[in-house]
Design a binder for this molecule. Sequence first.
Ligand SMILES: C[S@@+](CC[C@H](N)C(=O)[O-])C[C@H]1O[C@@H](n2cnc3c(N)ncnc32)[C@H](O)[C@@H]1O
Length: 233
Amino acid sequence: MSGYFYQEHSKTCDPDDYWGQVKRTVNGKPVTQDQIDMIVAAVCDGIELEERDYLLDLCCGNGALTTYFFDRCRGGVGVDLSDFLVGIAKERFAKRPSEEYVLADALEFVKTVDRPERFTKAACYGAFMFLTADSATELLATLRRRFTSLSRFFIGNLPDRARAREFFRADQYRPGIEDDPGSPTGIWRTEEDFIRLSESAGWSVSIRRMPAAFYAAHYRYDAVLVPRPPLGR
Ligand SMILES: C[S@@+](CC[C@H](N)C(=O)[O-])C[C@H]1O[C@@H](n2cnc3c(N)ncnc32)[C@H](O)[C@@H]1O
């Protein structure tokens, strides 16, 4: 099942260990604040997040990252299928009535949520690769079709298939691991694979790379999706 790894892992962490719960760690230690700041800057810049925006954060985990985005807009909805992580998000990060955290599968949510047109921007950070290939395709197409006001969608921290062999130590690699959404690193896609997938669902894509000082810059990339044709045409 997609997302199973994080559901099980997060429960083994201290409730205060927000970055440990979503495995944002280097050598087992939570990443430093400057790394978080780089992620927040990349996402907010990528989707041009503004005060008036209403954000959908898919696979939001414990809300520790989402809360930075909500601080810069009107609010929105974070969705995740881990009851443990959504519990932390609701308890510790929901600051205003306009900030909601929902326990749901990302695809089910986008297929069924009421008034999808209220969302103006969307993000999915560090999680898209845990969706099965079919769910990823359907999610992109459903967002494009139902979310008629969505002008930008940031999909972040995607593992680059072209760098997979450098990432896995020889003793960790097993054939097929790059295609397994249930593995700790999910599905690895090349930039070209990702662009093809998104374009076939009706999006234009720009690929972005994090600054070299970002801890995962050497094997991950981000993507900014814009509806094609652009909204309003
Ligand atoms: C590495 S964490 C990232 C959390 C958060 N976006 C962040 O960057 O801090 C991956 C998250 O994806 C969630 N997830 C995986 N598959 C999912 C699905 N199908 N629907 C909703 N959430 C999912 C997991 O529960 C987990 O919280």
